[in-house]
Design a protein around this ligand. Structure first.
Ligand SMILES: Nc1nc2c(ncn2[C@@H]2O[C@H](COP(=O)(O)OP(=O)(O)OP(=O)(O)O)[C@@H](O)[C@H]2O)c(=O)[nH]1
Ligand SMILES: [Mg+2]
Length: 304
């Protein structure tokens, strides 16, 4: 006599995944693309992300808790040491490591640094070769894939474009495959653990990265003093301060007739309106806190 039974259902999978890579490789762009929402700020300048940003990705049968981290680089001052520590600490804690490399602009020094971090931890690693929309030499790309596959036993090496979404779901599938069985850690409607207030401060900082040059993005921090949604949720009033290191920087951030500050305010407001779905009233102040990047108390006060 024979009996038939349904095969056991595949177990639910879950885990923490740290996104690591050189500054500017596209880590935050990739996280936002996977989540379909902007929770992590992006700019064309390196060292945009300063803290660990949590993003929860929900897929049928799996939940991935991502940590977007600052790029791993050689730190020279107190703030940067703190930032790199954040990234390296997060690498050690993950169930799976998602390494991101800029395939369009190979950087041997940054790649060696990343490989060393991958080898120093014991968890499975998936490699995203990012920015393939910029790579026209497909034969060259095959060689890059082969070279990376030979450098570490990655679970998968996937060429992607975080910018246009090419093969991003393949990366998600490769990660799910590498995850252990486990429960959903967050409810299905949870995207991140940071507040809209925090993201608002980050969006203002993003505009400083995008609209100012030289030292200014690096010398700036943003704090939100006041974040007040109206009772009906249709309006949000925000007061925020841009902290700089020197008086000369203040003049540049304000600009002639206030033009630069006005643009920072307008662009940040539009992004915050998109995020909250409410009408935003944003008041920006500019303050100088001399050499704050060397002052561990100020660094802490600014949230790093
Ligand atoms: N062409 C192209 N550009 C990309 C892609 N992914 C990211 N970028 C760009 O690369 C730059 C850096 O992107 P981010 O996502 O801020 O990079 P990051 O790795 O988070 O950088 P840090 O936070 O500074 O470590 C931005 O100008 C992005 O628009 C991609 O797939 N293709
Ligand atoms: Mg980033």
């Amino acid at each position: 006599m024979t009996t038939t039974s349904d095969p056991a259902p595949a177990p639910f999978k879950s885990g923490y995944v740290t996104i690591a890579g050189a500054p500017n490789s596209g880590k935050s762009t990739l996280l936002n693309r996977i989540l379909g929402e902007k929770i992590s700020i992006i700019s064309s300048k390196p060292q945009t992300t300063r803290t660990r940003i949590l993003g929860v990705c929900h897929r049928p049968g799996a939940q991935i808790v991502f940590y977007d981290t600052p790029g791993v680089f050689v730190a020279k001052d107190t703030l940067n040491l703190r930032i790199v520590d954040t990234a390296i600490g997060a690498i050690g804690e993950a169930d799976v490591l998602l390494a991101v490399v800029d395939a369009a602009r190979p950087d041997p020094e940054a790649e060696d640094c990343l490989l060393q971090k991958i080898r120093n931890q014991k968890h499975p690693a998936v490699l995203a070769l990012n920015k393939i929309d910029l790579v026209s030499d497909k034969q060259g790309l095959l060689e890059i894939i082969e070279r990376w596959s030979g450098r570490h036993p990655f679970e998968a090496v996937v060429p992607i474009s975080a910018l246009d979404g090419t093969q991003v779901e393949e990366i998600v599938s490769a990660i799910v495959k590498a995850l252990p069985a486990g429960p959903a850690y967050y409810p299905e409607d949870t995207l991140t653990d940071v507040t809209e207030r925090f993201i608002a401060a980050e969006l203002i900082r993003e505009k400083l990265f995008r609209l100012t040059g030289e030292e200014i993005p690096y010398a700036s921090a943003v704090t939100v003093e006041d974040y007040k949604p109206s009772a009906d949720g249709k309006r949000v009033s925000i007061a925020a301060t841009i902290h700089l290191e020197r008086d000369s920087q203040k003049g540049i951030v304000i600009g002639k007739g206030g033009a630069v500050l006005k643009r920072i305010g307008t662009e940040a407001r539009q992004d915050i309106e998109r995020m909250t779905g409410a009408k935003v009233y944003l008041k920006l102040f500019v303050r100088v806190q001399k050499n704050w990047r060397k002052d561990s108390k100020a660094i802490e006060r600014f949230g790093y």
